[in-house]
Design a protein around this ligand. Structure first.
Ligand code: NAD
Length: 531
């Protein structure tokens, strides 16, 4: 007996890793074990025996955890469990599902500070943005609670006497949610809340580089589900990389795949789901422009562009990547903008007051350096930035200087203008007429977000009308959407919509149900098929 105890305790020592207190305090507060490897699959039970994913802190390079991903068998099992969970969930009245979402909202809000810190730790965005991301999940839960009493169908007038047509929404079944690294909490929140309110079970495949955020969120949701007698697989988690993603996308058990990520992967995912006649919501890359007119209030426009271009170190799908300045204010605007760039506080995103954290990966630093090299090679003027930070205290992390460049040519078809580089690089051009700026705004493949700074009602009318911006989001700044409005982009951004507006309608199957209360069965359109 004594010997057995000793073996257990040796094993225990081997399995626990030394972590910085910076990391272990956050992980501990979220019940994430500090063992050598942790399970990254949840279907009512935690498991995972597939390949190991490493969660690396982008600020310090510390390995935060090793997470075991899903094997093909574990994925199949999770899908089966989710199908079973759906069969239970679909019988639960929608307002009761709303009540469960309200409890999830409370559980998230109670952990919002530490969960926001985990987003900062693992993804690299500054803490106020990390906490803001959790707040988005809380907000969309609130929205979905209300929605759970308002997911209305319609009664349609029938042309046949004694007939009524009902348009009825019913749940789809199991929804697959694949997410990107840059919003490792909120994007699942947008999907899960609406989809659960609609009566679906959900299987989440998060980014392989942010597994801890997804584990922490899944634990919070699972506790509430279990307390309410709903199987945990109503919100299953399958950590993994491309293979797990492909298997999920290819599964005929998943009628709707909601994919958030790059245009390149979205193109593959979209085709794969279409080939089996599944439904998709595609939320892909953005290449967003701000246009500043001569009558704009620069005291508002300059800080908005600063946040749009530099916030989240340029790693928002809605980051401002293109800036079109009217000739009359261009030099004043750029002077003021450069002054703000000079004030940037760079460093640990968990430290209060930091405005610029690291890029998420080393590979992203390479992408940034290559984009700057291309700009230089093609004769662009680099007004500020263009380098990797070399200070000793930043060297362990992926820190790059936010860059403002004036490319030599303004051609939206040129790769410099038409490619989404996921880093803080802002390309600037000068225009004389609003129409020219709108043409540049619309001239790229992506269509996510855009903004116009003006105080002139006629400019605004043009901008939001058929001759205006062709993007899905026409904002005050390009970044900072609210959950109440449908979020998503057009063209190569994928045409998907999530969050508010009518987005919930995608998470249901619609049936047009004709009810015949009469004592005859006439055909529509007066068709006579009598013998
Ligand atoms: P990514 O495309 O590399 O990965 C996204 C997800 O797809 C990950 O979970 C990944 O593991 C998975 N994946 C990779 N290959 C796959 C395959 N063949 N089949 C199925 N799944 C596969 O994107 P990323 O680098 O994590 O995120 C950044 C991108 O996401 C940017 O382009 C950004 O604009 C975009 N994004 C868009 C929105 C939006 O709402 N429009 C929001 C956030 C991020």
């Amino acid at each position: 007996m004594l010997l057995r105890k000793a073996i257990v305790s040796v094993r225990h020592v081997r399995c626990v890793r030394g972590l910085s207190s910076r990391a272990s305090n956050i992980l501990g507060a979220l019940d994430i074990p500090n063992s050598y490897e942790i399970p990254g699959v949840y279907d009512g039970r935690w498991k995972g025996s597939g390949e190991t994913l490493e969660s690396v802190c982008p600020t310090t390079g510390e390995v935060l955890a090793r997470v075991r991903s899903a094997t093909p068998d574990e994925l199949r099992e999770a899908l089966e469990k989710s199908k079973d969970a759906h069969i239970i969930l679909r019988k639960v009245p929608a307002p009761i599902r709303g009540e469960i979402l309200r409890q999830i909202r409370e559980a998230l809000a109670a952990k919002s500070d530490v969960l926001g810190a985990l987003v900062s730790l693992e993804m690299g965005k500054i803490k106020t943005e990390g906490v803001g991301e959790v707040q988005e999940f809380v907000d969309i839960c609130d929205y979905a609670v209300g929605l759970s009493r308002m997911m209305n169908g319609r009664v349609v007038a029938s042309e046949r006497p004694g007939h009524t047509i009902l348009e009825v929404p019913n749940p789809l079944g199991v929804v697959g949610v694949l997410t990107a690294f840059n919003f490792p909490v909120a994007v699942y929140g947008w999907n899960f809340s609406l989809s659960f309110a609609a009566g679906n079970a959900n299987v989440w495949k998060p980014s392989p580089s942010t597994p801890l955020c997804s584990i922490a969120v899944t634990k919070i949701i699972a506790q509430v589900l279990e307390k309410n007698g709903i199987p945990g697989a109503a919100s299953a988690l399958v950590s993994g990389g491309k293979d797990v993603g492909e298997a999920l996308v290819g599964s005929p058990d998943i009628p709707l795949v909601s994919f958030t990520g790059s245009e390149a992967v979205g193109r593959v995912v979209g085709k794969a789901v279409q080939s089996r006649f599944g439904k998709t919501i595609l939320e892909l890359g953005g290449n967003n422009a701000s246009i500043v007119m001569p009558d704009a209030d620069l005291s508002m426009a300059v800080p908005a562009v600063f946040f749009g271009a530099v916030g989240t170190a340029g790693q928002r799908c809605t980051s401002t990547r293109r800036l079109y300045l009217h000739r009359d204010i261009a030099s004043r605007f750029l002077d003021a903008l450069q002054k703000l760039y000079a004030l940037l506080r760079v460093g640990d995103p968990l430290v209060e007051g930091t405005l610029l954290g690291p890029l998420h990966t080393r590979a992203a630093v390479g992408t940034y350096a290559e984009a700057v090299r291309q700009l230089r090679e093609h004769g662009a003027r680099i007004l500020t930035g263009g380098q990797i930070y070399e200070q000793v205290e930043l060297r362990q992390g992926n820190f790059v200087q936010p860059t403002i460049a004036i490319p030599k040519h303004v051609d939206p078809a040129d790769a410099i203008w038409s490619t989404e580089t996921f880093a803080p690089i802002l390309n600037v051009a000068i225009f004389d007429e609003l129409e020219q700026a709108i043409a540049w705004n619309n001239g790229v493949p992506q269509g996510l977000s855009s903004s116009l700074w003006t105080q002139n009602m006629r400019n605004i009318g043009k901008w939001i009308g058929p001759e205006g911006s062709d993007t899905g989001i026409v904002n005050v700044g390009t970044s900072g959407a609210e959950i109440g409005a449908a979020f998503g982009g057009n063209k190569s951004t994928g045409w998907g919509r999530e969050s508010g507006g009518d987005a919930w309608k995608q998470y249901v199957r619609w049936s047009a149900c004709t009810i015949n209360f009469s004592d005859a069965a006439p055909l529509a359109q007066g068709v006579d098929f009598s013998t």
